[in-house]
Every structure is written in C-alpha cells, then in structure tokens.
Design a protein around this ligand. Structure first.
Ligand code: FAD
Length: 441
C-alpha cells in the first residue's frame, strides 16, 4: 500500500482556494442507501447526482474533500480522451458503449460548468477553450484528424492556422493547432470544496477525517467501518483513486502511481497577460512529452509536466528549464519571473487510461484509474456511477464492470518510457524538418 503521498499543503490551490464547508468525523452508526468512500471528483459527483434525486447518501473521506488528485491537479478541464482516439475507443468498448462514454466525456466540461453555475461555486472557472499546438509541421495532420473526429461527435472542434494560433496564444512558434472551444480551467481545490458544499446542500452527508478501514458484508447490506463509527448501507462505491489508503483489499493494486509536478509563477503584469495566452484558455504545447499551462485567477502561469530524468528531481534545474521553455514559447514573459509554488501529486495510471469500474462484491463497486483527465472525467462519472446505483444493467453502463485485477508490472516503467520515446520522436521530426527545438528538449 502506498501512503507516501506528496504534501497537500504545498500547492498554490491550498493557499488560494475557497474555504471547505464545515464537516466532522464519523463517530456513530448511521444507516443510508448508498455509502461512497473517497471525496474526490468521482465520489462527490456521484454523491451529488444521488442526493439531487433524493437518494440517501453518505460520503466518507479519510482527510478532507479534494485531499487527493482533485485538490492538487493543474486545473485543466479538457473533455477529451488523452490516449485513445475515438476510433480506437470504439474498437475497445464496442460501438454502443463507446458512443455513451464519448457523449459523457465530451460533456465533462459542460457538466462542470452547470454544477458551478447551479451551486455558485467560486472556483476561477473559465471556459475559453483548449489549444493543442503543432511545434512541428508534420504534427498538423494528426491534429487535423483529432479536430475532425471530435467535430463528428458534435464538439466545437476545429483546426486553426498559425496566424490564428498566434492571435489566440500570443506565440508565433506554432504551425497551427487544434482548438476545442468547450475546454475549461479552474482552481481545482475550490471546485472540490464547492462540490462538497453542493452535496450537503442537496441533503447528502459528508464525514471527513474518517478513513474507512474495512467494508464488511452483513445480513442485508454492508458495514463501512472507520475507527470511531460505522455506516450501514445497501450499496457501496469506492472512489479512492491514486490516494487509496486501505478500505478494500487490493484496490490499490489496480493502478501504478505516476508522479506529476505543477509550478506556478508570480502573478504576471497586465501588459504581459495581454500578450501571453490572451485567450485565457488551456494551452498544450503539442509535444509528446507534454507541457500544459494556463493562468490562475490572479494571473499566475500554472504549468505542469511529468518528471523525467533530472526534471522534477533537481529543483533549480527544473525551474530554470520551465522558465526557459515558457519564454521560448512566449518572449513577453519577463526574464525575472519567479516560481512561487511548486508541488507534486500522484496519478493512478493503468494501461486503458479511461476509468475502470470494478465489481468488488454484490452491491459494491470500485472506480479507479482516472489517470490524467480527472477534472472532466471525475465530474461526468457521477452520471455513470449513479446509473449503477439506479440499477442500469451492466451491459448498458457507459463503462464495463470488470473483475478486480492487478495492473500489469510493465506499467511501472511504461509511462516514463513512453515519455522518453515521445521526446525522441519529436526531436527526430524537428531535425528532419529543420525546425528549432524548444530549450532542454
Ligand atoms: C499533480 C496533478 C496534476 C493533474 N492535472 C490534471 C489536470 O490538469 N486536469 C485533469 O483533468 N486531471 C488532472 N489530474 C488528474 C486528476 O486530478 C485526478 O484524475 C482526479 O482528481 C481523480 O479524482 P478521484 O475522485 O478519482 O480521486 P481523488 O481526487 O484522488 O480522491 C480520492 C479520495 O479518496 C480518499 N481516500 C483514500 N482512501 C480512503 C479511505 N480508506 N477512506 C476514506 N477515504 C479515502 C482520499 O483521501 C482522496 O481524497 C492531475 C493529477 C495530479 C496529481
């Protein structure tokens, strides 16, 4: 079991998020229809969907809402699949199930927008689009395919020219790129805390500092036990993600932990903001070894990358590398820019990269493996997991219910090998095209 999670308090969001609603720990025995374990987006969107419909629901969280990936991510809400093409997804899931999942995932940012609007969640929400650029010309054909495939399923998705990309992003480095207008970004911890408040508002109960140690079958349901209390429920949903700390045996073996780091600059002056990312959306530089960035509510540039080699391990090098990379993309970023915040977090990686639903026992399911698109995915999962509660047949669920299985051993090294390979591939393509490489690439 991995309980060596990165410190929660180091993130920008921890310093700037709205206050969490008042909650307490479980110190009694309570009966409910549904017990949810884990207060991340997946658990809370499910609690919200159920509570809204008058189903009695109790959510137990080991620490506080948003303690896991949901409170410390980079804040991009990009409603796409980051590994599978839509065609590949149809092959993996079958046409009907894929159609259902694609519809839900591509609506992820709109569902977030609805929650934010309905429950007045103050979380720096912007829905100005997601831009994935082409730093090498040959990448444009791939982006064109992506743009077309998402447009075919009804998304506001287009390929844009280098002039349009320059106007949108302020950078003249791109040969063009893919613009998905439905993409959004936010302060993730504020969103998580706002969701928790919404669950309470709809009549759901949340207990914090209430780590579930055991889920035990009893006569007509389940006893979900913490050190000081117990919830008796008809059905249980485990949504403990990368931050799984006990609760259900071997659920933490369904994924491997992949670290990610996020860094935030000092607030950019107004004149810089007019030139750098004037569209105030999510920016993906389009390299396989991804670098994604956006503004927070105070005008800080928030950038995330995967640690590879000394990147992430050697802090002074990493900070210099990040600034060199951003300033290469946007010359208007001042030379003396500081990194005010730098933090790590954990992803629950598994080879499918779409979330996995596990049938753990009659009346108990687990959902892990959201990988790196958890903001829209966790948000839309409430719809799928509440379908299961309402008795939608397994065949009709948007995700298959699988037997608990251990993540293949190669997943320990596969993500970092892939990143290295993508880096080499981009390197070779740039050399062949005679295109300048970003610094430290
Ligand atoms: C650094 C970083 C950057 C990321 N950037 C992005 C991004 O920009 N966009 C994006 O879409 N996704 C991003 N992600 C991924 C996204 O944050 C996650 O996929 C998503 O938040 C996972 O949500 P979840 O509900 O599955 O789990 P989590 O949010 O991890 O929640 C699980 C909760 O379960 C609780 N728990 C664990 N064990 C127990 C127990 N025994 N009893 C009770 N409670 C328990 C934990 O305390 C935790 O609060 C990023 C992740 C990280 C770490």
């Amino acid at each position: 079991m991995n309980t060596q999670f990165s410190p929660f308090e180091e993130s920008l969001w921890h310093a700037t998020a709205i206050k969490a609603p008042l909650t307490s720990s479980l110190e009694e025995v309570i009966k409910t229809d549904i017990c949810i374990v884990g207060g991340g987006y997946a658990g809370m969107s499910t609690a919200l969907e159920l509570a809204k419909d008058g189903i009695s629901v109790i959510l137990l969280e080991a620490k506080e809402p948003g303690f896991g990936g949901s409170g410390r991510n980079a804040g991009h809400c990009t409603p796409t699949f980051h590994y599978y093409s839509l065609t590949a997804l149809r092959k993996v899931l079958g046409i009907e199930r894929a159609k259902n999942l694609i519809q839900r995932q591509t609506s992820g940012a709109n569902i977030a927008a609805e929650y934010i609007q309905k429950y007045q969640i103050d979380c720096e929400w912007r829905q100005n689009g997601y831009f994935e650029g082409a730093l090498i010309k040959s990448r444009l054909s791939l982006l064109q395919k992506k743009a077309e495939s998402y447009a075919e399923v009804g998304c506001p998705s287009i390929l844009i020219t280098s002039e349009q990309a320059k106007k949108l992003t302020g950078s003249d480095r791109f040969f063009g790129g893919w613009l998905l207008k439905s993409g959004g970004h936010l302060n993730p911890l504020s969103y998580a805390r706002g969701m928790a408040r919404a669950v309470l508002q709809e009549g759901g109960l949340i207990f914090t500092e209430s780590k579930v140690d055991e889920v035990e079958q009893i006569n007509n349901g389940w006893a979900v036990k913490t050190s000081k209390g117990k919830v008796i429920a008809d059905k249980v949903i485990m949504c403990t993600g990368a931050y799984t700390d006990g609760g259900w045996k071997d659920l933490d073996k369904t994924f491997n932990i992949q670290k990610v780091f996020v860094a935030a600059t000092n607030p950019m002056p107004k004149d810089v903001r007019r030139k750098v990312l004037p569209f105030d959306g999510t920016m993906h530089d389009g390299r396989g070894d991804i670098c994604v960035y956006k503004y927070d509510g105070e005008g800080r540039l928030v950038v995330s990358m995967f640690p590879v080699g000394k990147r992430g391990r050697d802090l002074p090098y990493t900070k210099k590398m990040l600034l060199d990379r951003l300033r290469w993309l946007h010359a208007a970023i001042p030379e003396g820019t500081q990194w005010d915040y730098f933090w790590f977090g954990e992803l629950d990686m598994q080879r499918h990269t779409i979330p996995r639903l596990y049938h753990l026992a009659p009346g108990v399911i687990g959902c892990t493996g959201l990988s790196g698109r958890g903001v829209p995915t966790g948000t839309m999962l409430g719809g799928i997991l509440s379908d299961w509660v309402r008795g939608v047949r397994d065949q009709e669920l948007a995700l298959p219910l699988e037997k608990l299985s251990t993540v293949p051993a190669y997943m320990k090294i596969a993500p970092s090998l892939m990143l290295r390979w993508y880096g080499i591939r981009d390197h070779i393509a740039a050399r062949l095209e005679g295109t300048e490489l970003p610094p430290h690439a």
